[in-house]
Design a protein around this ligand. Structure first.
Ligand code: GDP
Ligand code: GDP
Lengths: 265, 265
């Protein structure tokens, strides 16, 4: 089982922390600095056991995204990375003697776009970036560090984001609802997008159990408490219910479009 | 009593909310959008009663700071604004028949620079901007939306910021410690910089009193609770202990430098 996730977001938005939380592990990662001259991507591949399945997970994270004073080239390295993985697959597919079944597929199955929890809406860089990526990868926007936003502000913020995405023609990933067995669960998930997530590498004792949490003087945010944030929904959507659909859409929709445009050149 | 504050920071960092909290009032302000093509400044002047003194307060806020994909011109409008106020004063000062005692002084007495609570350090734009302003205005860096940062992360973050400011030669405002009557209070204040602040336009009932607070499902952040954030220290430093020193340094140090460079041209 291969699964590849690309995380895009400004430095310090909790990308590494969220990945550790989602996969319940401590991925090796050196904390990023804010002063890279251009956006880099760092990719790591890990072998994990997830729901009794052997998972070959590749996590790709942007480094320095949004930090430059001039952000015009922020997208180039991201788009290049996605296209390069399509290109490798295409080259393998076009071989006379090929081994697609054992080929290590590095195509990006989903892009988690981390939105800054300003409360006001999307930034220009968010809209421009997601618009460049929506025909190349399944885009899932998430509100990072959602413990910054109170319940009353959150619904307004989510509505504003969805409105801005729609009015700018940005296509985001939607969980499939044709299959009756998952239709209800999936349309419920779709109604909560963008998921407001909180991640943590720390644990706290709550009701005699050690749970992932962020402790503040005024209270403890429990990552897996659904009345605190949408972390559980994101994990459900990403890893449990829709991993197969994300891989299929990458192959049948995004890769096909790349291949068609590439072979028409 | 005239006092002029310039607030610089990205959209959604809580600038208007903090001003409402500091002066315990509801300043008229339309929420900002993220898509201005360049940075604007909006200034409002208010008549307030503060600690039994009639205060003519001018609040200047950046609009659209840090939102542009290319941030190179972000500083120009800010520097121009500060210099323009010095220029108006200089023109009045140079008049033969002048009325300095009734002149409405619009020179910026302090610049509150709002730092994004990433936990990682300053962004390039923060360093470049504060470096451009430190010889023109009293710069007070503050960590915005400090309820995003846990106690254990906060000290590391503050240390990182101070280190980066020092290694980049950025001069920030320091409360005066020569006067024995305020030396202790002021050096204690200086040791807490950058102040980690939380603001709120909402109130909650705590111990039978209505206090400014942000309510979350996991707890209530009390703006004026000193174990929750440094809001009280900022208010103390700005409005109660050092307002006079901020005005004096603006006149004796920053304005004099402007005047000297201007008259040498
Ligand atoms: N308030 C809050 N802070 C978080 C959250 N996740 C991570 N952090 C903190 O934010 C800082 C940056 O996190 P990190 O995962 O290194 O961000 P990255 O640069 O995007 O990989 C660290 O101090 C984390 O403890 C969250 O959900 N909420
Ligand atoms: N977590 C947190 N949110 C805040 C704080 N202050 C303001 N906000 C929220 O952040 C959003 C933007 O605040 P606003 O004052 O309009 O920011 P401005 O654009 O910088 O003027 C609003 O939803 C506020 O309720 C704070 O101290 N902490």
């Amino acid at each position: 089982f291969v699964f590849n996730i690309l995380c895009i977001g400004e430095t310090g938005l909790g990308k590494s922390t969220l990945m550790d939380s989602l996969f319940n592990t401590n991925f090796e990662s050196t904390p990023s600095t804010h002063n890279l001259p251009n956006v880099k991507l760092k990719a790591h591949t890990y072998e994990l056991q997830e729901s009794n399945v052997q998972l070959k997970l590749t996590l790709v994270e942007t480094v320095g995204y949004g930090d430059q004073i001039n952000k015009e080239d922020s997208f180039k390295s991201i788009v290049d990375y996605i296209d390069t993985q399509f290109e490798y697959y295409l080259q393998e597919e076009l071989k006379v003697k090929r081994l697609l079944s054992t080929y290590h597929d590095t195509r990006v199955h989903t892009c988690l776009y981390f939105i800054c929890p300003t409360g006001h809406g999307l930034k220009s860089i968010d809209l421009v970036c997601m618009k460049k990526l929506d025909t190349k990868v399944n885009v899932i926007p998430i509100i990072a560090k959602a413990d910054t936003i109170s319940k009353s502000e959150l619904q307004k913020f989510k509505t504003k984001i969805i409105t801005e995405l729609r009015s700018n023609g940005v296509e985001i990933y939607e969980c499939p609802t044709e299959d009756e067995t998952v239709a209800d669960v999936n349309s419920n998930m779709n109604s909560h997008v963008p998921f407001a997530v909180v991640g943590s590498t720390d644990f706290a004792k709550v009701a005699n159990k050690m749970v992932r949490a962020r402790q503040y003087p005024w209270g403890t945010v429990q990552v897996e408490n659904e009345s605190h944030c949408d972390f559980v929904k994101l994990r459900e959507m990403l890893i449990r219910t829709n991993m197969e659909d994300l891989r299929e859409k990458t192959h049948d929709k995004h890769y096909e479009l790349y291949r068609k445009m590439r072979l028409e050149q």
